[in-house]
Design a protein around this ligand. Structure first.
Ligand code: SF4
Length: 95
């Protein structure tokens, strides 16, 4: 078992159809995103660009993620296991 929490267990994480990656609804809304963010997210690479945030995060939100090859792009199209810490984690089903 991982020493870190996982976005996969958080109610704010939404998986992408056909992919194990997903997005955090506190930081990203696909309906508000520029199409280029959606396309680049699907392609799995946008290094050097700012995170594709479409929402103003809660002012007290503190989130830390890591990355590895193939982990996608946080917060719009990413592997939920890259999470290291987040003070807005809310477990699915009250976990
Ligand atoms: S743990 Fe934090 S970053 Fe991950 S989906 Fe939940 S609110 Fe978003």
């Amino acid at each position: 078992m991982s020493d870190y929490p996982s976005c996969y267990l958080c109610t704010h994480f939404h998986e992408r159809p056909g992919s194990c990656h997903g997005f955090c609804d506190l930081l990203y809304d696909p309906k508000e995103a520029l199409p280029v963010f959606e396309i680049l997210g699907m392609l799995g690479g946008r290094s050097g660009l700012a995170p594709a945030v479409t929402k103003e995060p809660p002012s007290d939100m503190k989130v830390e993620v890591t990355h590895w090859p193939g982990c996608g792009n946080f917060p719009n199209f990413y592997d939920g296991n890259i999470l290291r810490s987040c003070n807005k984690f809310e477990g699915k089903g009250g976990r």
